[in-house]
Ligand binder design. Structure first.
Ligand SMILES: Nc1ncnc2c1ncn2[C@@H]1O[C@H](COP(=O)(O)OP(=O)(O)OP(=O)(O)O)[C@@H](O)[C@H]1O
Ligand SMILES: [Mg+2]
Length: 315
C-alpha cells in the first residue's frame, strides 16, 4: 500500500497528444496544497476537498492485468473548472470495472472521455491520454467516428431511436453500409439473445421500440451497443431508472457478457457494484482514491475512507 503521499512530479509538461491538438492551453491548475502541510492520518477525502494532491492507492492485482483501456494522467476542465485531476487507471480486458463515488465526482465525465463525447462540449479542455487496446484516443488525427465504432455506450435513461426494434439493433450496421438482409437478421437475433431480450420481442421486431417497457428499452440499447461487437462497453448507471426485476435482468446480462466483452460501469448502487464487477475504482472530487479487485474494495479496502464510503458512512 502506498500510504506515503510523496510530492508528485510536475504534471504540467504537455504530453505528445496534447501538443498535437490545435487547442488553446487549458487553464493552469490551481496550485495544489502539498501534503507536507497535512497530518498523514487526516482523512484523505478532507484533504482532497482542500485541494491537496493525495496519491491514489492502486492495488497490486491491477498490475498483472491486460488492459482494454488505459487512462494516462488525464486532466479535464469545463471552462475554468477542473473536473478530473491526473487520473491514471487501467480497465482489465474481459472484466467488469465499476466506477463509484459521490454525485459530481466525475464518473460520467471520465466515461464520456472514452468515446470522446466531451468533444461536443465547447468549454472542455483535456490533457493526458487514453489508450484503447493500445491505440491513443486523443492523438492528433484520430478518426472519432471510427473510434466510436469500437465502443458501445449505454446511458442512464434508455434512448431507443424512434424506429422499429429491428432497425434499432441493426443501426450500427446500417451506418456501416451493411445491406445484406441475412446478415442483418442474424446480427439482430444474436444481439437480442445476448441482451436477454429475444424471447420477449421476437414477435414484435417491426413494432416501434418506443412501445417497449423501460427495462426492455434499456436491454434494447445494450443489444444495439453490442451489435457492432465493440471492444469496450460503457454503461452509465444503466439500471437507475429500472425496477428490481429489470435491474436483475441487466445484472444477469452483464454477468453473461463478461469475458467476451470488457465492461466499464458507473453505478451508485454499492450492492450492484459488489455483485457484478471484478474491479472497482472509487473517485472523489475528480480524483482517483482507491482502485482494486471488487472483493478487496468491499471487504478489506486499504483505506478507511473507502471502507466508510462503501458501507454508507460517508456521503
Ligand atoms: N457540461 C458540463 N459543463 C460544466 N460542468 C460540467 C458539465 N458536465 C459535468 N460538469 C461538472 O463536472 C463535475 C463532474 O460531473 P459528472 O457528471 O462527471 O459527475 P458524476 O460523478 O457522473 O455525478 P452523478 O453521480 O451525479 O452522475 C461536476 O462538478 C459537474 O457539475
Ligand atoms: Mg453521472
Amino acid at each position: 500500500m502506498s500510504d506515503v503521499d510523496a510530492p508528485q512530479p510536475p504534471h504540467d509538461a504537455p504530453l505528445p497528444a496534447e501538443a498535437a491538438r490545435p487547442q488553446p492551453a487549458p487553464p493552469e491548475p490551481a496550485r495544489p496544497i502539498r501534503s507536507a502541510q497535512a497530518s498523514p492520518r487526516e482523512n484523505r477525502l478532507t484533504r482532497i476537498a482542500r485541494g491537496e494532491v493525495v496519491e491514489p492507492v492502486v492495488h497490486a492485482a491491477l498490475a498483472g492485468q491486460t488492459h482494454v483501456l488505459e487512462v494516462r494522467e488525464l486532466d479535464l476542465w469545463y471552462g475554468m473548472k477542473q473536473a478530473l485531476f491526473n487520473i491514471s487507471l487501467g480497465a482489465p480486458r474481459g472484466q467488469v470495472t465499476a466506477l463509484i463515488g459521490p454525485s459530481g465526482c466525475g464518473k460520467s465525465t471520465l466515461l464520456r472521455c472514452v468515446n470522446r463525447m466531451n468533444d461536443l462540449v465547447d468549454s472542455v479542455r483535456i490533457r493526458g491520454d487514453m489508450l484503447l487496446n493500445g491505440d491513443s484516443i486523443y492523438a492528433a488525427g484520430v478518426d472519432v467516428i471510427e473510434l466510436r465504432k469500437r465502443m458501445g455506450m449505454v446511458f442512464q435513461k434508455p434512448n431507443p431511436f424512434p424506429m422499429s426494434v429491428f432497425e434499432n439493433v441493426v443501426y450500427p450496421l446500417r451506418v456501416d453500409g451493411q445491406r445484406n438482409r441475412a446478415v442483418l437478421d442474424e446480427v439482430c437475433e444474436e444481439s437480442l439473445r445476448s441482451a436477454a431480450l429475444w424471447e420477449e420481442v421476437k414477435d414484435r421486431l417491426h413494432e416501434s421500440a418506443l412501445s417497449l417497457s423501460g427495462g426492455q428499452q434499456q436491454r434494447l440499447c445494450i443489444a444495439r451497443a453490442i451489435a457492432s461487437d465493440p471492444e469496450v462497453l460503457l454503461l452509465d448507471e444503466p439500471c437507475s431508472a429500472l425496477d428490481p426485476i429489470a435491474t436483475g435482468k441487466i445484472e444477469d446480462l452483464i454477468g453473461e457478457l463478461r469475458g467476451g466483452y470488457s465492461i466499464i460501469i458507473v453505478t451508485h448502487n454499492m450492492q450492484q457494484a459488489a455483485r457484478i464487477s471484478d474491479f472497482t475504482a472509487l473517485l472523489y472530487l475528480g480524483r482517483l482514491v482507491e482502485y482494486g479487485p471488487t472483493a478487496d474494495i468491499f471487504t478489506r479496502p486499504q483505506l478507511s475512507e473507502t471502507q466508510d464510503y462503501v458501507t454508507g458512512r460517508f456521503g
